[in-house]
Design a protein around this ligand. Structure first.
Ligand code: ZN
Length: 132
């Protein structure tokens, strides 16, 4: 289990070192690792984690799902974070990654990232399970 404090608002966090650490601790050499973030305003994906890519992905999501208040979720529930729920649903809460030689099979420029879309700071829990 990984626990992270984030400021929200589309913050993108590289969680690759934490996932790699859980795999090492498990002792599993070949298998799969499932990485799942709990919550309806948070997502997990992979990307090239560098400032340009981070900025471009945040800009893309702002265009795709604008952070406006005019959504049914906000209207019906007196809430402000409908855009966060929608972005999280589009990207999804998890990734399953093959493990070979005790490491996740990622590209050199491919990191596992958590994206916190909520409109306030959150403490996030990411379940990391390794299956041989
Ligand atoms: Zn909400």
């Amino acid at each position: 289990l990984l626990r992270l404090d984030t400021p929200g608002n589309g913050e993108i966090v590289d969680i690759t070192p934490g996932v790699a650490s859980v795999i090492r601790t498990s002792g599993v050499d070949r298998g799969l690792v499932a990485v799942f973030a709990t919550g309806s305003t948070v997502a997990v994906t992979t990307m090239e984690y560098e400032p340009g890519g981070v900025s471009d992905l945040q800009a893309l999501l702002d265009r795709l799902v604008p952070p406006v208040s005019d959504y049914e979720h906000n209207r019906l529930n007196g809430d402000t974070n409908a855009h966060a729920h929608l972005r999280a649903a589009v990207i999804g809460p998890s990734e399953t990654i093959p493990v070979v030689d005790g490491r996740p099979v990622l590209g050199t420029w491919q990191q596992i990232v958590l994206i916190d879309f909520d409109d306030r700071p959150r403490t996030r829990l990411v379940t990391v399970q390794v299956v041989a």
